[in-house]
Design a protein around this ligand. Structure first.
Ligand SMILES: [Zn+2]
Length: 365
């Protein structure tokens, strides 16, 4: 059973509660299971309520938190509630770097963090334009293929939650308050020559132009060059923890935020999550002497995207480094417990290397 079939079955099972008011977006377009159920995916054993909202997507909330959820957003204005709704939907649709892949509900155990993140990052008007164009690109799959946006609210149907044509999907993913705002973005994208579109009854048929694709590409590169995040690619576990700590310190010294995915909350498969985080990073520091295949994979991915990779390696493992990676300008360092120079080279050279390649954010160089 795929995700859409699963959600459709879930929706159909919840017959007794129809048109429930969603605690996130406050619209009467939600369903919730009558009795809480045991989590069957992410956190086995935790008892949860499951929500399916046409706008927010699907999310779960532990029973101990459920009654707090309404209070949490009660005093927020519409714009803030829509920002949370949009953020959850992005995650549900795999459009956010935090997005789940393979899970059917956004994990309720971290819903508090998600709400906080959403409220800290309410998108601007131009960001919303980009979000809408990116959503259309996501659906379009093949350039030139027209996609249909259904503007008639009365055609509400659970199939549309996965069917991607219903306008709640576009409202949510462009973070629009209402249909007028969505129409403004669609119209603006057309005027900018990023979209070509025509009205067909109460539907809009649209597709991205060559100029629109060019804009998306430029935007992604610009986002990355503005990023203050640096990905740490290193074998997880205690063995490499001291190395990782030194690497993180060197990154922070230059004003960047180290991303160690083993320390983060996330709700998807680890490698998918890592690749999404790499995409948004300014640079990567990779320890390449452990022979860890995940690290090699991450390095290859970053190189393919044109992201600078700073390679470091334990001196005693020099012979473990794969032939293809030896051509890197590697920072070798002592890591043995008994070495007087333990991590000394790494501490001294890595911060300078980062500053030389990507600049030091603290002094604007
Ligand atoms: Zn909702």
């Amino acid at each position: 059973m795929n995700k859409i079939e699963f959600i459709t079955e879930f929706w159909n099972r919840q017959k007794s509660i129809n048109d429930y008011i969603c605690p996130i977006c406050n619209e009467k377009i939600c369903k919730k299971n009558e009795s809480p159920m045991v989590d069957y995916h992410q956190n086995p054993g935790v008892i949860k309520y499951y929500y399916v909202c046409l706008r927010c997507g699907c999310f779960s909330v532990p029973i101990t938190y459920d009654y707090l959820l309404e209070d949490k957003l009660k005093n927020r204005n519409d714009k803030e509630r829509i920002a949370v709704s949009s953020y959850l939907r992005e995650i549900y649709e795999n459009l956010n770097p935090l997005g789940p892949n393979g899970y059917y509900f956004v994990d309720g155990d971290i819903i508090d963090d998600l709400i906080k993140n959403a409220l800290d990052n309410i998108p601007s008007t131009s960001e919303k334009l980009f979000k809408l164009l990116r959503t259309i690109e996501h659906i379009q799959e093949i350039p030139g293929r027209g996609i249909i946006i259904i503007l008639n609210k009365n055609s509400m149907n659970i199939d549309e939650l996965g069917g991607l044509s219903y306008y709640y999907y576009y409202l949510a993913l462009s973070c629009s308050l209402n249909i007028q705002e969505l129409m403004f973005y669609l119209d603006s994208l057309k005027k900018l020559d990023y979209l070509q579109s025509s009205v067909n009854g109460s539907n809009i048929v649209t597709s991205i132009t060559a100029k629109g694709f060019e804009f998306l590409e430029k935007q992604r590169i610009a986002d990355r060059s503005q990023s203050e995040e640096a990905f740490v690619a290193i074998k997880f576990g205690d063995e490499y923890k001291p190395d990782s700590d030194v690497i993180e310190e060197s990154i922070k010294k230059n004003g960047y935020k180290p991303i160690r995915t083993d320390k983060e909350h996330h709700v998807e498969y680890t490698m998918d999550h890592n690749l999404r985080k790499i995409k948004g990073c300014r640079f990567m520091v990779a320890e390449i002497s452990s022979g860890n295949l995940g690290v090699y994979y991450e390095v290859g991915y970053a190189r393919g995207l044109g992201i600078p990779v700073i390679a470091v390696a334990r001196k005693e493992n020099e012979n473990n480094i794969h032939f293809d990676l030896k051509q890197f300008n590697i920072i070798f360092y002592e890591s043995g417990q008994n070495s007087d120079d333990r991590f000394k080279t790494l501490q001294e050279v890595l911060p300078d290397r980062i500053a030389n390649i990507c600049g030091n954010l603290n002094n604007g160089s």
